[in-house]
Each structure stands twice: as structure tokens, then as C-alpha cells.
Write a protein that binds this ligand. Structure first.
Ligand SMILES: *[C@@H]1O[C@H](CO)[C@@H](O)[C@H](O)[C@H]1NC(C)=O
Ligand SMILES: *[C@@H]1O[C@H](CO)[C@@H](O)[C@H](O)[C@H]1NC(C)=O
Length: 264
């Protein structure tokens, strides 16, 4: 039947037009826009969405063995989290709102599920993401000396000597690259450690993995993004309390040994 065929084709075209399939980078941008921090959490959501829905906002799966179905980019389940035709269940959301192109409800609900059940609520998390090196889509940045000087000044470094020393340190320790991770061998002791980011904040003493902690009360993973406000705070604390933590500070970056970036 021609009419039916046209109707079917129109429906298919409509479906395609309304669906949005993100690529990894545009999805990461969208998550950032909705307030997901540019760090490990961003990578987690991208990994889950990639393996749950193929980053398709309209994905609805076949029935699960209990007769429930999963909706949208994060494949959120209608047995526990969304209601049909009106807001309801755990996320107080309508399942329909999880398969449109507005990700606000999806993100709010996904974060709620994480809070209640943890990321292991997602099969894809357990099978494809947990304990693996997942894709890093967070923003990293390689600064120039002057860019870094300006950023540090914006963050409150007003003392000229401090500014010069920190920029010098960032060059010698982390090559101005926020993604720098180095293994620190410690022959005198029984453990090795790692240092993170442009100031090479060490995980033995200063930062903690996967949650804010250690002396600076920061997450080591957060030292690797382009937001260096937490790096700066921790570096300043270390410098003021225990400058010898950086080998370069005294010999290569103190006083006149540091290049002058105050004119930047
Ligand atoms: C659930 O959402 C609806 C509409 O979005 C709102 O009117 C209602 O107050 C919400 N209920 C709860 C318990 O938050
Ligand atoms: C100072 O810099 C030189 C040259 O890069 C290097 O060989 C030396 O080890 C540095 N000093 C310290 C204490 O790291």
C-alpha cells in the first residue's frame, strides 16, 4: 500500500531527524555545559553512555528479562527510575524526557542513580569501564610561560617572586603540560609514588585518588585538567609549608634563577 509505505518512510525520517547521535567530543562538551566537572567524572559518563547507547539520545532497548526497558543515552530503566506519560519513580522523570535531545533530565537522573546505587548500576560500567583505562575526554592544556603567569595572577598570585618561581617550577616539573604524570622512584623507602599535573603534586602526601584527600584535600585526577585553580592552591600550600618538596625549587627556580614573567 503506497499510503502506508509513505507513512512508514515519513515515520522513519522523523525518527532520524529527532534522534541525535553524539560523537565523544560533542557529548563531553554537552556534559560540561550541564555542569559535569571536567575531570574523571566526565570520563565516567562518556564511557557509560558510549557503551550503553552508542551515544544515541533516542535509544530504547528491547525488553529486559523482567519486562522493563531502558531509555535514552544512559539507558535508564523504567522499572525503577522513570514513569510513562508523567514525571515519576526514582528520578521523578517521564521516560519520554529521557529520549529527547535535551540531556538535562538524563544527566540529573543519571547522577541521582549514581548517588543511590553507584556506577555499578550500569552493566556497561561493570563490563566496559570499571578498572580499565577509560578514554580521557577531559580538557588538558599545555601552557606557555606567559599564559600560565597570567592564569596564576588571575588566581591570586600577586607576589612577583612567587609568580616567577611557580612558572619556573611548572616548566621544570611538568613541562607546562597539565597531563603530566611521572613515576617517582624512592630508593630509600619501600614505596614508589606518582606526581600529577604541571606542579607535579604527589599522591603519597598531597593528593588522593578518586576522591578529594591527603594534605591538600584534592583528587589527583583533578590535577590533570585545564582548571589549575586547585593545583595552584595546593602548590602554594606546599611551597609555603615545605618548599623542599620540589628539587628544582631551590637550585633552579629560586630568586634570580627563575625567568622573570612578571611583565607578561
Ligand atoms: C516531580 O516533578 C513534577 C513536574 O516535573 C513536579 O511538579 C513535582 O513537584 C515533582 N515531585 C517531587 C516529589 O519532586
Ligand atoms: C637543575 O637543573 C639542572 C639542569 O636541568 C639539572 O641537571 C639539575 O638536576 C637540577 N637541580 C635539581 C636539584 O633538580
Amino acid at each position: 500500500m503506497t499510503m502506508l509505505r509513505i507513512a512508514v518512510i515519513v515515520a522513519v525520517v522523523l525518527q532520524v531527524a529527532l534522534a541525535r547521535k553524539f560523537d565523544v567530543c560533542s557529548f563531553a562538551r554537552e556534559l560540561r555545559k550541564h555542569g559535569i566537572p571536567n575531570n574523571h567524572e566526565l570520563n565516567e559518563w562518556v564511557c557509560i553512555a558510549e557503551h550503553e547507547s552508542g551515544l544515541n539520545t533516542r535509544a530504547v532497548n528491547h525488553y529486559n528479562s523482567d519486562g522493563s526497558r531502558d531509555y535514552g543515552i544512559f539507558q535508564i530503566n523504567d522499572r525503577y527510575w522513570c514513569e510513562h506519560g508523567r514525571s515519576g519513580k526514582g528520578c521523578n522523570v517521564s521516560c519520554g524526557d529521557l529520549i529527547n535531545d535535551n540531556l538535562a533530565a538524563d544527566i540529573r537522573c543519571a547522577r541521582h542513580i549514581k548517588q543511590v546505587q553507584g556506577l555499578s548500576a550500569w552493566v556497561a560500567w561493570n563490563n566496559k569501564c570499571a578498572g580499565r583505562h577509560i578514554k580521557d575526554v577531559s580538557l588538558a592544556k599545555k601552557f606557555t610561560a606567559c599564559e600560565l603567569a597570567k592564569e596564576l595572577r588571575r588566581l591570586g598570585a600577586s607576589n612577583n617572586q612567587e609568580l616567577n618561581e611557580l612558572v619556573c617550577l611548572a616548566q621544570k616539573e611538568g613541562s607546562f603540560d597539565t597531563r603530566t604524570v611521572k613515576l617517582v622512584k624512592n630508593p630509600q623507602r619501600y614505596y614508589d609514588s606518582h606526581s600529577y599535573g604541571i606542579f607535579q603534586i604527589n599522591d603519597h602526601v598531597w593528593c588522593e585518588h578518586r576522591k578529594p584527600g591527603n594534605i591538600c584535600n584534592v583528587k589527583c585526577e583533578d590535577m590533570l585538567n585545564d582548571d589549575i585553580s586547585d593545583d595552584y592552591k595546593c602548590a602554594k600550600y606546599i611551597k609555603d609549608s615545605q618548599g623542599r618538596s620540589w628539587h628544582h625549587l631551590h637550585e633552579n627556580c629560586s630568586g634570580k634563577n627563575a625567568a622573570d614573567v612578571t611583565k607578561c
